[in-house]
Ligand binder design. Structure first.
Ligand code: ATP
Ligand code: ATP
Length: 570
C-alpha cells in the first residue's frame, strides 16, 4: 500500500473577500511518488488547490477553511507555512512572485544555503542545475534583466535543488519556448523517477504535459473535482470537451473524424496512440473538409529598417532586424526564450531606443517619437499582467487609458463595458483585481488595451494561462478587429496558435531574424525548428500514422474545421 502524502477530506475554502466558497467538497488523495495533473477552466480553483497544498491558503490568502487537509499525515491547520515549505516545493504561476536572491546564482543557491550545505557543494549543485535549465551563462545576471521565459527557467532550477517530498508546479510551461517546455517536462519526469518525489502539475497545456507519463488527471470545475482518472480513460470520454478544455490535438482530430476513442488505443501518448482501426475514417474526413481561400491586399504599415540594440555596451541583443508589417495583418513573432522578441516590441513602442536603424509608421519615421505619441497608434499587452496593472478595481483599470485621454464619462462606460463583455470579465466588473485568478488578470490587461482601439496591437503571449474557451473568445475578437483593419502582432510560444491564426511568422534567434515566411513552412523546416527552439505539431504525426501524404494540408483542414466547431460556442 502506497503512503498517502496529500489528503483532502470534505474540504472547502472561502476567500475572505468572497461570499461563496471557491473550493467545496474536495475529496482527494495523492500517493507517494505519484505524478498528478490538475486541469480545469480558468477561475475553476486550480491554483487555489495548489495554494492549499503549499500553505499560501490560509496563511497568506486568508479565508474560511472547512474539512481537513493533511500533508505527509499532518493536519495543515495545525502547521505553519515554514514547516510546509520544507515538505512542498512550489513553482508559482507568476515567477516574479518568488525570487529571493538578487542574481540568478544566488536565487538558485538560496534553498541550499538553508540546508547547511558546504560552499563547494553549493557551487557544484548550482552549476549542475543551471545547466539543466540552460541558464549556466546567466549565473551573475540580475533577475530583473531576464526575459520572461528565462525567469521561468530559474524558478524551475530553484525548485529542483529543494529536497522536498512534494513538488508543485503551477503553469510551469506558460512562458517557456516549445523545446524548453518539452525539456522541462523531461526534467520533472526524471526528478520524480529518481527521487520518488510526488509531483502535482497544474497546466492548461495538457498535450505538452502528456508528452511524458502522468499517473492521473484531476479535472476541476467550479471549485469541485469532476473527474479523477488515468489519462487514457479520461481521453476516451467527453469530460474535457464538455468543459471546453483543450484535448491533445491528435485526439481531437481523430474525434472529429468520427473515431471512437477507447482506452485500449492508448490516446494519452502520441507515440502509443493506435489509429490502425480508424485510418479510413480519418482519411475520409480529411477528403471532406474544404478550405476557403481568402486573399487580402496588403500595404506596409509598420516597418523596421536595420534595427540594432543592446542593453549594455558591447552586447547586441537585437542585430540588424528588418521587417514590414502590413495593415490589417495578423503576424506572429516566435523564437527561443531570450531571443529578443520582447525587446523588439519595447523598441517598437519606444520604451527603448535603437542604437541604429529606423522605425516607420504609415510611411513616417517615428524613431524619435515619444512613448506617448506612439501609444496613440500602437497598443502593447505585456507578458506578465502584474507588470501592467496599477488600479485596484477592474473597471478603473480598463477605463484608465480613456480617462487619461479625457474621453467623456458616458463613452468610457459604454466602451469599457463592451470590452469587458468581450473579454469574459463583465460579471467581475466591480471586483478588486486582487481577487482574480492569473488568467483573469491577463484578460484585464488585454481589455485595457483593446478599449483604446489602437491601429496596431502587440500582444505578448496573449493566451498563456487561458482555457480554450477564453483563448477562442480572445482570438476571435482579435480576428474581428483584424477584419476592421486593425493590425495585430502576436508574440507566442504556442505553435498551434501561430498556425491557426497567423499565416505569416517572423522567427527570431539570438537577436536576429532567421525567417519570415508562412507559419506552416516554418514548422516543416527542421533547421529553423532547431535554431529557434520550436516544435512540430502532433497533427503531423497523426497524419503520418493515418497514411496521409500531405500533412500540411491535413493540419490546415483541421484548423478550419476546429474553428468552425468552436465558433458555435459563442
Ligand atoms: N486572492 C484571492 N482573493 C479572493 N478571491 C480569489 C483570490 N484568488 C482567487 N480567487 C477566486 O477564486 C477563483 C479561482 O481562482 P484560481 O486562481 O484558483 O483559478 P484557476 O483555476 O487557477 O484559474 P486560472 O487558470 O485562470 O489561473 C477565482 O475566480 C476568484 O474568484
Ligand atoms: N532590462 C534588461 N537589461 C539587460 N538585459 C536584458 C534586459 N531585458 C532583457 N534582457 C536580455 O535580453 C535578451 C532578450 O530578452 P527578451 O525579453 O527580449 O527575450 P524574449 O525573446 O522576449 O524571451 P521570452 O520568450 O523568454 O519572453 C535576454 O538575453 C535577456 O536576458
Amino acid at each position: 500500500m502506497k503512503k498517502t502524502v496529500i489528503e483532502f477530506t470534505n474540504y472547502s475554502f472561502t476567500y475572505r473577500s468572497q461570499a461563496t466558497p471557491t473550493l467545496h467538497g474536495i475529496n482527494l488523495k495523492i500517493y507517494e511518488g505519484e505524478k498528478v495533473l490538475i486541469v480545469g477552466p480558468s477561475g475553476s480553483g486550480k491554483s487555489t488547490i495548489g495554494h492549499c497544498i503549499n500553505g499560501l491558503v490560509p496563511f497568506s490568502y486568508k479565508g474560511n477553511v472547512m474539512g481537513s487537509l493533511t500533508i505527509m499525515g499532518k493536519e495543515t491547520k495545525e502547521m505553519d507555512i515554514f514547516s510546509l515549505s520544507k515538505m512542498v516545493g512550489t513553482v508559482l504561476q507568476d515567477p516574479d512572485g518568488q525570487f529571493i536572491g538578487l542574481s540568478v546564482g544566488e536565487d538558485i543557491a538560496f534553498s541550499l544555503e538553508n540546508d547547511n550545505t558546504t560552499h563547494k557543494q553549493m557551487l557544484e549543485t548550482v552549476n549542475e542545475v543551471s545547466k539543466m535549465v540552460g541558464m549556466e551563462g546567466y549565473l551573475q545576471s540580475s533577475i530583473h534583466e531576464l526575459s520572461g521565459g528565462q525567469k521561468q527557467r530559474v524558478s524551475l532550477a530553484g525548485v529542483m535543488v529543494d529536497k522536498v517530498d512534494i513538488l508543485l508546479f503551477d503553469e510551469p510551461l506558460a512562458n517557456l519556448d516549445p523545446a524548453t517546455g518539452k525539456h522541462a517536462i523531461d526534467l520533472i519526469d526524471r526528478i520524480q523517477q529518481e527521487t520518488n518525489t510526488t509531483v502535482v502539475i497544474i497546466e492548461h497545456r495538457l498535450e505538452d504535459v502528456l508528452y511524458r507519463h502522468v499517473d492521473r488527471i484531476i479535472v476541476v470545475d467550479e471549485g469541485q473535482i469532476v473527474a479523477d482518472m488515468k489519462p487514457d480513460e479520461l481521453l476516451s470520454k467527453s469530460i474535457l470537451d464538455e468543459r471546453q478544455i483543450r484535448e491533445p490535438l491528435y485526439v481531437k482530430a481523430a474525434k472529429y473524424a468520427g473515431c471512437r476513442i477507447t482506452e485500449e488505443m492508448k490516446p494519452a501518448l502520441l507515440e502509443t496512440f493506435d489509429v490502425s482501426e480508424c485510418k479510413k475514417q480519418i482519411n475520409e474526413w480529411y477528403e471532406k473538409v474544404t478550405i476557403p481561400h481568402a486573399k487580402q491586399e496588403y500595404q506596409p504599415l509598420l516597418e523596421l529598417h536595420n534595427i540594432s540594440f543592446g542593453y549594455q555596451q558591447g552586447v547586441e541583443t537585437i542585430r540588424n532586424v528588418s521587417f514590414s508589417i502590413h495593415k490589417g495583418e495578423m503576424v506572429s513573432i516566435v523564437g527561443k526564450n531570450g531571443a529578443g522578441k520582447s525587446t523588439l516590441t519595447k523598441l517598437i513602442c519606444g520604451f527603448e531606443k535603437p542604437s541604429s536603424g529606423k522605425i516607420m509608421f504609415a510611411g513616417k519615421d517615428i524613431t524619435d517619437d515619444t512613448i506617448k505619441e506612439r501609444s496613440l497608434r500602437i497598443g502593447m499587452v505585456m507578458q506578465n499582467p502584474n507588470h501592467m496593472i496599477s488600479k485596484h478595481m477592474i473597471y478603473d483599470e480598463v477605463a484608465l487609458g480613456l480617462v487619461n485621454r479625457g474621453v467623456p464619462e458616458e463613452e468610457i462606460k459604454e466602451r469599457v463595458e463592451k470590452t469587458l463583455k468581450v473579454c469574459g470579465l463583465y460579471p467581475f466588473r466591480n471586483w478588486p483585481i486582487s481577487a482574480l485568478s492569473f488568467g483573469q488578470k491577463k484578460r484585464v490587461t488585454i481589455a485595457s488595451i483593446l478599449v483604446l482601439e489602437p491601429e496596431v496591437i502587440i500582444l505578448d503571449e496573449p493566451t498563456a494561462g487561458q482555457d480554450l474557451r477564453h483563448y477562442t473568445e480572445i482570438m476571435e475578437f482579435l480576428v474581428e478587429l483584424q477584419y476592421q483593419g486593425v493590425t495585430i502582432i502576436l508574440i507566442t510560444h504556442d505553435m498551434h496558435l501561430m498556425l491557426e491564426y497567423t499565416p505569416r511568422a517572423i522567427v527570431i534567434a539570438g537577436g536576429e531574424k532567421i525567417a519570415d515566411q508562412s507559419a506552416a513552412s516554418v514548422l516543416t523546416d527542421y533547421e529553423i525548428i532547431q535554431k529557434a527552439n520550436l516544435k512540430e505539431t502532433s497533427l503531423f504525426e497523426l497524419a503520418k500514422k493515418a497514411g496521409i501524404t500531405e500533412p500540411i494540408d491535413f493540419i490546415e483542414r483541421f484548423i478550419v474545421y476546429d474553428k468552425e466547431v468552436r465558433q458555435t460556442w459563442q
